[in-house]
Design a protein around this ligand. Structure first.
Ligand code: XLS
Ligand code: NI
Ligand code: NI
Length: 434
């Protein structure tokens, strides 16, 4: 025991009336929500980087947090892992996620860093034998170190491409070894600051080939998890190639990967792209590439990826409605890609941030499931498109031409009658469930 979370009990479900701060009011892992246990719907994961590696800095100041595991030695890295698994147990979360750089100290060379990483992955493997938390996904940090400042796969320097490929191989090996259910690629520096020094076409081709190599390697090692791309429009780069779900889909099509790669959609990234979270989820579902979600929220005034813990049930209900409508998460989960505010110094803050967020998601899921089960929203949607179920409409779509359609319009004296879109009525319906 590290003693870091001393005095904090394991969090249990006590129901909405509980006055205990260290309890769930809505998240009851075993409660059935339509066809599945709540835990199996939500599949919560803790993000190692925000909770254990981030020191609390912002662009104007450095570290605010004091953690006994901050430091560059393997002892520090093991202490960090001990504290992490203690927190997973306290929260009862089924999953966690990590980057290589979150978990191991950087060595003086690629080989030295790899050795550190492999030792920590072994350590995780041992811990996972006695703890229940599994790996939702692993990923590579190809953005923090200065060598990646001009990109990883999209770098003008082929040596950086090579370093990145070797790093991803190591992280895929680790993910595979730990039984990870997905492997994520977020292109932190895969974009540009200025078009004046950028060969956009070349960089995009490099990114496409890199992703093909990832998929080829996945099959060679027999990794059964899902490969996920995490779209984000900007920050840290001025423009990032994986802008949003639609852009990523076009990219996957271009490189023949649409059947191989899905998306990990983050709330804050959707907002930065000028979309809603539910739009990105619904679009990915309609394209058959919905994989997993990174749960957080942005400050709507700041224009940055502020990675706050979610606090709005109505907003998250929209997201879970789309997920449930799409048939739910399969290998994916709800990863809290969220960090404390830099003044939230205490171990309790770290625990309670997750407790509150898990409760928000649980309430959102339950509301969404009730609305879906009620069926009124889906009935109204089908009614709106009922005309398209008619054989003539189907024929027009299948085999119509502008000439044949035009002839029919003239001949039949057709005269479309506008009908209400009923938006406010549907909003009223929605609000009866959240
Ligand atoms: C950053 C991303 C990052 C990914 C994993 O904005 O959200 O945290 O989820 O590299
Ligand atoms: Ni993320
Ligand atoms: Ni993010």
């Amino acid at each position: 025991m590290t003693g870091f979370f001393k005095g904090i009990p394991a969090i249990r479900y006590e129901g909405p009336e509980s006055e205990n701060e260290f309890a769930f009011r809505h998240y009851d892992p075993d409660e059935m929500v339509s066809d599945k246990r709540m835990e199996d719907h939500l599949r919560f994961a803790v993000a190692y980087w925000h909770s254990f590696a981030w020191p609390g800095g912002d662009p104007f100041g450095g570290q605010t947090f004091e953690r006994p595991w901050f430091g560059d030695t393997m002892d520090h890295a093991r202490l960090k892992a001990d504290a992490a698994f203690e927190m997973f147990d306290i929260l009862g979360v089924p999953f966690f996620c990590f980057h290589d750089a979150d978990v191991r100290p950087e060595g003086g060379s690629f080989a030295a860093s790899l050795k550190n990483f492999e030792a920590i992955v072994d350590y995780f493997g041992q811990k996972m034998q006695t703890h229940r938390t599994r790996l939702l996904w692993g990923t590579a940090n190809l953005f923090s170190h200065r060598r990646f400042m001009a990109g990883a796969a999209t770098n003008p320097d082929p040596d950086v491409f090579a370093w990145s490929a070797a790093t991803v191989k190591a992280c895929m090996d680790a993910t595979h070894r730990l039984g990870g259910q997905n492997y994520v690629l977020w292109g932190g520096r895969e974009g540009y600051e200025s078009l004046l020094n950028t060969d956009l076409a070349r960089e995009r081709r490099q990114a496409g080939r890199f992703l093909q190599m990832v998929v080829e390697y996945k099959h060679r090692i027999g990794f059964k998890g899902t490969i996920l791309i995490e779209p984000k429009p900007q920050e840290p780069s001025k423009h990032q190639y994986d802008y949003d779900v639609a852009t990523v889909y076009g990219f996957l099509k271009d490189f023949g990967l649409e059947g191989e790669v899905k998306v990990n959609i983050e709330q804050g990234h959707a907002i930065l792209a000028g979309h809603s979270f539910e739009h990105e989820i619904a679009l990915a579902a309609s394209l058959g590439i919905l994989g997993s979600i990174d749960m957080n929220r942005n400050d709507y005034q700041s224009g940055w990826d502020t990675d706050q813990f979610p606090d709005s049930v109505p907003e998250m209900a929209r997201a879970y409605y789309e997920i449930l409508r799409a048939g739910g998460l399969t290998t994916g989960g709800t990863n809290f890609d969220a960090k404390l505010r830099r003044q939230s110094l205490d171990p309790e803050d770290l625990i309670l941030a997750h407790v509150g967020a898990m409760d928000v998601c649980a309430r959102a899921l339950k509301s969404a499931a009730a609305l879906l089960q009620d069926g009124a929203l889906e009935r109204s949607r089908s009614e709106r498109y009922a005309g398209w179920d008619q054989p003539e409409a189907q024929r027009m779509l299948r085999s119509g031409t502008l000439e044949s359609i035009s002839a029919r319009v003239l001949e039949s004296g057709l005269d479309p009658k506008p009908r209400s879109g009923r938006q406010e009525r549907l909003e009223n319906l929605w609000n009866r469930f959240v």
